[in-house]
Design a protein around this ligand. Sequence first.
Ligand code: C2E
Ligand code: MG
Ligand code: MG
Ligand code: MG
Length: 291
Amino acid sequence: QAKSAGRNGYRLYDPDEDLNQAAGQANRDRIRAALRSGQFELHYQPKVNMRQGTVVGAEALIRWNHPDQGFLPPGEFLPLIESANLDVEVGEWVIRVALAQIAAWQAEGHAIPVSVNIAASHLLQPDFPTRLAAMLAEHPSVSPRMLQIEVVETAALEDITHAKRTLDACRRLGVSGALDDFGTGYSSLTYLRHLPVDTLKIDQSFIRHLEDDADDLTIVKSIIVLAQGLGRTVVAEGVEKVEHGTILMALHCDLAQGYAIARPMPASAFLPWVRGWTPDTAWCMATTVAR
Ligand code: C2E
Ligand code: MG
Ligand code: MG
Ligand code: MG
């Protein structure tokens, strides 16, 4: 049915809207079928402590293992999920799978905190904290401290009062928050003061040319100093080169994530990767020397 009713209560027939709704329903059916048949998967990318070189956790990143198209990156299907209004359904699937994965790694003797990416429309659901608590209760062996929620900076700023309230409620459950893609939201750094997040992730666009862009270097340096001054942990995203690591070490960045350390990988590859990651891995040697 048409969403918009006219001034007198008449609905104007809009063939485009019918088409959109039909397409939306078709997408919804496809995505739900894909969820049910196990075509969605979480891959995990390690985060390492820059000072110690230790693996301190993983970010869960969704993949669609499409029967015809192979692995699709989220950029290709997240808009579809959003337009089908399935942000909540998919987001809750992500949280459940991540919690089950934390429990599985724990059972193998490894405590690996996992962060999940949450869409703004999902985070801003009034019952988000309640439903999160229920999902946590499904995994009594997993401490809520093992889970972190990543919210893109722009999303958190959409409705800062609501975002703050929700993140506060999550924090009371023991689940911490991270501001993702930091620096892309044109926000004042002082916003950070108001947001109950423990972690700030510097967007990869500032890291990419760090070795030869003086402006990026200045921006990254300022973000690190300010965020740490406010008691936050700083993660650099998109650390692709050893040079990035070297510079970030010198700037006292806390954590790093990127292809220079590891690409996102299926869950089954993660513990073998952790076992193979030693302080004399090339990337870590270079950064250790820089300290
Ligand atoms: P993000 O949360 O900022 O995740 C980081 C993205 O950068 C990931 O792309 C990751 O694979 C990629 N990346 C990591 N290291 C490097 C590097 O060194 N170089 C380069 N060029 N890229 C690197 P991915 O997996 O394609 O995800 C893209 C975005 O999609 C994510 O950005 C996140 O905003 C969103 N996303 C991913 N998974 C989920 C999910 O489960 N739910 C929601 N709502 N969004 C998700
Ligand atoms: Mg993220
Ligand atoms: Mg990011
Ligand atoms: Mg991003």
